[in-house]
Ligand binder design. Structure first.
Ligand SMILES: Nc1ncnc2c1ncn2[C@H]1C[C@H](O)[C@@H](COP(=O)(O)OP(=O)(O)O)O1
Ligand SMILES: [Mg+2]
Length: 194
């Protein structure tokens, strides 16, 4: 079953909370026809379903912690397989959150062709998240949880970037710029893939 997605282009989209991953992914989908899979959105959908698993996930996410690796990976894999016939490529947004998650992804699914590192300053991310929190309805867009998410990002996720830098597939994107200027840099990185 995983054979179907073995040859697909896989792009990891990594960056801190509020750095602009979702914003850029939306634009990539519109221009390139990629499938956007946000691990956070998949998890929040599970929470919204009201299932028992959803309730456990909500408790973890509300604390700003990482949910168990196998749970996220299974959800991503199922979503990838569901789109295998129509997808030009996959944007894996918000995953891997830690090096171990990247290793498991490659074992069970495949290797990424590119890692887009969406880079913004800590203070910029906090500002954007506080603003997003006014309308997002996300339980984790509040000051206390934002701080925890940022700490965890620096501790667990930045090593992910270093790990893939050694493989030469990281493209760092300056996400301090206005959205369209950020996208101009993103486009170059995607175009190089062809
Ligand atoms: N380059 C940019 N300039 C200004 N605001 C931006 C931006 N990119 C994203 N935003 C806004 C949109 C959202 O309200 C908020 C967080 O963006 P997001 O795409 O939801 O981030 P992420 O998915 O990385 O958490 O910041
Ligand atoms: Mg997002």
């Amino acid at each position: 079953m995983a054979d179907k997605i073995k040859d697909a282009k896989i792009v990891f989209v990594v960056g801190g909370p509020g750095s602009g991953k979702g914003t850029q992914c939306e634009k990539i989908v519109a221009k390139y026809g990629y499938t956007h899979l946000s691990s956070g959105d998949l998890l929040r959908a599970e929470v919204a379903s009201g299932s028992e698993r959803g309730k456990q996930l909500q408790a973890i996410m509300q604390k700003g912690e990482l949910v168990p690796l196998d749970t996220v990976l299974d959800m991503i894999k199922d979503a990838m397989i569901a789109k295998a016939d129509v997808s030009k490529g996959y944007l894996i947004d918000g995953y891997p959150r830690e090096v171990k998650q990247g290793e498991e992804f490659e074992k069970k699914i495949g290797a990424p062709a590119l890692l887009l590192y969406i880079d913004a300053k800590g203070e910029t991310m906090v500002k954007r998240l506080m603003k997003r929190g006014e309308t997002s309805g996300r339980a984790d867009d509040n000051e206390e949880t934002i701080k925890k998410r940022l700490d965890l990002y620096y501790k667990a996720t930045e090593p992910v970037i270093a790990y893939y830098e050694k493989r030469g597939i990281v493209r760092k994107i300056d996400s301090e710029l206005p959205v369209d200027d950020v996208f101009a840099i993103v486009e170059k990185a995607i175009d190089e893939l062809k």
